[in-house]
Write a protein that binds this ligand. Sequence first.
Ligand SMILES: C[S@@+](CC[C@H](N)C(=O)[O-])C[C@H]1O[C@@H](n2cnc3c(N)ncnc32)[C@H](O)[C@@H]1O
Length: 250
Amino acid sequence: MNTRAAFDERRYTHSVTNTLPQFWARFGGLPDVAGKHVLDFGCARGAMVHTVLEAGAESAAGIDINPDYISFATAKHADQWSGKAQFIYGDIREETLEPADIITSCNVMEHVMALPETLAALVQCAKPGGELFIGFSPLWHSPFGHHRLMETRLPWAHLPRKNRAFLDRLIDDEGNSPESIQELGFNGATPADFRAALKGLPVEIISARRNVATHPLKQLAMKAMLAPSLIPALEKYVTIGIYWHLRRTK
Ligand SMILES: C[S@@+](CC[C@H](N)C(=O)[O-])C[C@H]1O[C@@H](n2cnc3c(N)ncnc32)[C@H](O)[C@@H]1O
């Protein structure tokens, strides 16, 4: 196995055994997917599709804008989930997908550039009455919102000088650094931006929670951290993650 393939396998296994169990624990457990059609937005290597099919989903589709991930996911699941799993490379705003009973999305929304339009398109993919589980962290302005792309233990060290503190450390072979965080795949959206994107969409909010942890002590610390968000200007600096459980209304 070459280095790239081995890396993909390791990341896939990490998602199946670590990232996704934690994701579902934050929503109180995997919902009943038996006999349902599930759509995973930002599916990467297909770990969520595999997870829900193992849990009894009738069929599952994953969509992602990275063609390499879709190739990996397709090859990885071709035998085990033949006829049940489908992986789509494309922009959800331009695709017509089978309406889903359940939509999932783990750690994607902080990377989506056309946020309001993409979220609206995602909601349209749910059947009326269908449920959406959308969770994402860490948000850009939170203490380590750079996704550990910067080697520092100092919280918020990436934000000074309009993010140049972060960007200037990423110098390529020709001595250039990126112009913006968007070039690196971060949309930089704040909690207020996410709320605005959700507003007006045909969904009922079953729960909308911030800074959810699975360990009780960590949960206490995460909630305490939200105290400064009573001052609206500080909210974006202390909101690490957002977890929406929604139901499409019409
Ligand atoms: C941090 S990864 C998370 C992958 C996976 N959901 C998981 O939890 O392991 C973010 C993923 O979102 C995808 N992505 C970003 N913007 C997207 C968009 N507009 N449409 C679909 N996928 C997108 C990326 O290509 C990447 O696979």
